[in-house]
Design a binder for this molecule. Structure first.
Ligand code: SF4
Length: 452
């Protein structure tokens, strides 16, 4: 057994965080990350870490502080600057507010994010995600604001298409977990998330805010829709046995591949491709490995028509293709798991759920490689031109489409860069600088389960 395997065992089977291991052993979190990820440990590092691991396996307490933080889930009474209690969340029939808080606190103990990995920011590689490359290709201005400058909205809308998709996604994350991690029924998970999200909204707006009433109505409507979607999904799984053939082998897994293994790319900086898989699974009947991507969709037919061209799937499969050593079994395809955004009333026509398997052959992967290289080189060109003081309108011009309004977080500020308005002041007020890779750095955040 290597020290890398022991670290993984401590993290996955004993739920110990990198921070915990670092504090107990006197190493840094970055070193723990390296040992866990690459298996490289100096003799001194191994000597410091091994006794800690042995004691974990012997179930001894190592630190005074408990390894699992359990912040109190904020409730309506905790809403600051308000004498009146916050309005209750739109609870489901039969589930009350204190019960939900108790469940949330309990589920917070699972610490699911601890089993995930993320990019090592200290390794000196330029890391490319599919979303960055898509943004750079679709709209250079969106790439300039979101990736080159790292701007993100300070507060994302708590309601709307993206919020619905996000909550459904988070509810499903807690269900598709590999053994031995405890799984949470998506209906329960959704109630917890609705409660937490509503608590956050009341805290942000203030319980006396005049806006709260309007947001509450919309939030409540959307929560009803989400419940119908998730309840129907669980029912659909029971009726069809859609999951019975799947063994979950990974959740929220971060992967990266070094592009140095490709020859003559003309890419100038040390670069890696990165991705995070929602779920990895193995089909029991034939051993085929798949990754699953959950999507909330308006209808089930349109995505089917273009799935074979969906570059997110291609990007993931390409990474698998590069990452699998010769002779080992590769991931064979993607399972696109669709949930329709409908309340399933008597007027709504089924089907409401569908799954499509997507496969790509070697020629498609080879050609994707060329497209990818071209895109990365263009990003490098844009970065160099901007670093050299190039004017953003010249280097990264906007490319507006009909989707800007719902899809782009810079929709409001974008035209201000060209009409003489104080775009930079608006950016300061409503956006924050962030690390565009933060999504890849954790899986399920503690906040998703604890409300922080
Ligand atoms: S609003 Fe449209 S044009 Fe402007 S940055 Fe966003 S995607 Fe590009």
């Amino acid at each position: 057994v290597t020290i890398q395997q022991d670290v993984l065992r401590a993290r996955v089977s004993f739920g110990r965080s990198r921070k915990y291991l670092a504090e107990a052993s006197g190493l840094t979190e970055g070193k723990i990350w390296r040992i866990e990820k690459k298996g490289n440990a100096s003799a001194d590092e191994a000597a410091g870490l091994q006794p800690v691991l042995d004691r974990i396996f012997a179930n001894e307490a190592l630190l005074d502080a408990p390894p699992v933080r359990r912040p109190a889930v904020p409730g309506p009474a905790a809403t600051p600057a308000s004498s009146s209690p916050a309005p209750p969340p739109p609870a489901a029939v039969g589930v009350d507010w204190p019960t939900l808080q108790a469940i949330a606190a309990e589920v917070g103990d699972h610490e699911i994010e601890r089993i995930t990995e993320g990019p090592d920011p200290t390794a000196g590689f330029r890391l490319y995600s599919n979303s960055e490359l898509q943004a750079a290709a679709d709209c250079p201005r969106r790439w300039w604001l979101g990736w080159y400058r790292g701007m993100r909205l300070k507060a994302e809308s708590p309601v709307g298409v993206l919020a619905i998709g996000d909550r459904i996604h988070r509810a499903l994350k807690l269900w598709y977990l590999p053994a031995p991690h405890p799984r949470v029924d998506p209906r329960t998970a959704l109630e917890i998330l609705i409660t937490q999200d509503w608590t956050k909204i009341t805290r942000q707006l203030g319980a006396d805010s005049p806006e709260l009433g309007a947001v509450q109505k919309r939030f409540q409507d959307e929560a009803t829709l989400e419940r119908a979607m998730i309840e129907g999904y669980v029912q659909w799984l029971t009726e069809t046995g859609a999951d019975s053939e799947l063994e979950i082998i990974g959740a929220e897994q971060y992967v990266e591949v070094d592009l140095a293994q490709l020859e003559d790319t003309g890419i100038r900086r040390p670069s890696k491709l990165i991705a995070k898989y929602d779920v990895r699974a193995r089909r029991k009947s034939d051993g085929v490995r798949l990754f699953i991507d959950h999507k909330t969709v308006g209808d089930l037919t349109r995505p089917r028509k273009t799935l074979h061209m969906n570059e997110q799937m291609l990007h993931y499969l390409f990474i698998e293709w590069l990452d699998t050593p010769e002779g080992e079994k590769r991931c064979d395809g993607a399972l696109y798991n669709m949930l329709r955004k409908v309340r399933r009333s008597t007027a709504a026509k089924p089907p409401f759920y569908d799954r499509v398997e997507v496969h790509h052959n070697e020629i498609e992967l080879q050609n994707y490689k060329l497209k990818l290289i071209g895109r990365i080189r263009r990003v490098e060109d844009m970065e160099d031109a901007l670093d050299a003081g190039g004017v953003h309108q010249l280097v990264t011009p906007p490319r507006p489409t009909g989707d800007c309004a719902w899809r782009c977080e810079f929709f409001a500020v974008c035209p201000m860069f060209d009409d003489g308005s104080r775009a930079e002041d608006m950016l300061k007020m409503y956006y924050r600088e962030s690390n565009p890779l933060e999504y890849y750095q954790t899986g399920l955040s503690e906040g998703e389960l604890t409300g922080e």
